[in-house]
Write a protein that binds this ligand. Structure first.
Ligand SMILES: Cc1cc2nc3c(=O)[nH]c(=O)nc-3n(C[C@H](O)[C@H](O)[C@H](O)COP(=O)(O)OP(=O)(O)OC[C@H]3O[C@@H](n4cnc5c(N)ncnc54)[C@H](O)[C@@H]3O)c2cc1C
Length: 375
């Protein structure tokens, strides 16, 4: 395959797509408005599962599970190619909120997964006992569950590893170069107008995250992507204070191997606004201290925000644009873009090269257009 492919946006999705296409022999150029991998993909937590998967649609579960299966091999391939370890780690997820056993059992029939309903003794094994007050452990014993096989990845490292892999595979990266317009002729993209002039290719991929709809302009058609802000807090311990990722209601904490602990995240519908706020900081802090009271005495070493690319249907658009035959979409991964990256890249590469798909991809096809939208 020798055709030129230009990918717009170097977040995890654009980089993963580039890496996949380059591995198949394509000539790929990535165009990024800012620095590589510093938007939503950097801001994320790197949990490789929807938080409580039984609360999500089949479209999210199907793609998530397929991608989670690909992840370990993908991460080690990236490590080998780039020399940078993305720190893929099976750390398990513990859910401390009340969960309806019947709902979970129903979900398990469709999506077999290792799950443990924890007793008091289990609880002590999976939490570092000295950090969790006993009344908290006792309260939670009846409703706490563990999914031991769920993994995490250190997303800033994954991005560096992907960036280096793309370069080592011969990809071209043009950074600090915004694509300002997609030029159309005869139902095809003829070129891109960028901050550094016109760029031409055989195929084009939009992976511009939360900005994808704005970039498509009147050709967004059924593609409905908007930013949803998420804020996170970072702490640093000498050793990880917990072993599993913990979730309680709308707050989670992710222990990294070197003692960093991430607490997230807010869900804010405030447009393209990435400001961090005291309100979010206080609210995350309060909820986090209910789970791990010793956080109260720990300094917050960093707070940040990112813009998740959300869609109305709550699953991404992956595939050929419905009106422009040489334009492809890989965008709208909302809360699961890190997780879904390897599968989304594979699906898109198969679409461009006309190869069979391993899962049903119909739900992810960019929406069909109505005549009204075209006028
Ligand atoms: C707080 C938070 C926590 C999260 N936690 C998780 C998690 O635990 N697990 C998980 O799987 N996912 C998580 N996510 C979601 C995940 O981060 C996103 O789904 C994913 O990063 C989307 O990747 P992307 O490449 O589509 O977007 P982005 O990373 O935003 O990349 C898009 C890129 O396109 C560039 N761009 C935009 N417009 C243009 C243009 N006109 N020209 C050139 N370049 C352009 C941008 O500069 C940007 O670099 C989280 C997100 C947030 C914010």
């Amino acid at each position: 395959m020798k055709q030129d492919i230009v990918i717009i946006g170097a977040g995890v999705i654009g980089l993963a797509t580039a890496e996949k296409l380059l591995s198949q022999g394509a000539r790929v150029t990535l165009i990024e408005r800012n620095e590589i991998g510093l938007e939503s993909s950097w801001a994320g937590g790197g949990i490789l599962s929807p938080l409580c998967p039984w609360d999500y649609s089949d479209d999210v579960n199907r793609l998530s599970r397929y991608s989670a299966q690909l992840f370990p091999q993908w991460a080690s391939k990236l490590y080998k190619t780039s020399g940078i370890d993305p720190e893929y780690l099976v750390s398990g997820i513990r859910i401390l909120s009340f969960v309806d056993k019947k709902t979970i059992e129903g979900w398990l029939l469709q999506y077999p997964t290792k799950i443990q309903y924890l007793t008091a003794s289990h609880t002590d094994i999976h939490l570092n006992k000295k950090h969790i007050p006993s009344n908290h452990r006792d309260q939670e014993n009846n409703s706490s569950i563990l999914m031991p096989d769920i993994a995490q990845v250190r997303n800033p490292r994954l991005l560096k590893s992907l960036h280096m892999s793309v370069l080592r595979l011969g990809g071209k990266i043009i950074k600090n170069c915004a694509v300002n317009q997609i030029n159309i002729r005869n139902h095809n993209v003829s070129s891109l107008t960028t901050a550094q002039g016109q760029i031409f290719a055989d195929y084009y991929v939009v992976s511009a995250g939360a900005w994808s709809k704005a970039l498509l302009g009147s050709y967004a058609l059924g593609i409905d992507i908007k930013p949803i802000k998420g804020q996170m807090l970072l702490f640093k311990f000498n050793e990880p204070p917990i072993t599993n990722i913990l979730i309680k209601n709308d707050v989670y904490m992710i222990p990294r191997q070197d003692g960093h602990l991430l607490v997230g995240s807010t869900i804010e519908d405030v447009g393209f606004n990435k400001e961090i706020t005291i309100t979010a900081r206080n609210s995350l802090m309060k909820k986090a201290c209910e789970i791990l009271p010793l956080l109260d005495k720990m300094p917050i070493i960093k707070q940040w925000a990112g813009l998740r690319p959300a869609t109305k249907k709550n699953s991404p658009y992956i595939g050929r644009h419905s009106a422009l035959s040489n334009l492809f979409m890989n965008a709208g991964h909302f809360r699961y873009g890190i997780l879904m990256a390897p599968a989304s890249a594979e699906i898109l590469a198969n679409e461009i090269t006309n190869h069979a798909q391993k899962i049903d991809i119909n739900p992810y096809q960019p929406g069909s257009i109505s005549q009204t939208e075209l006028q």
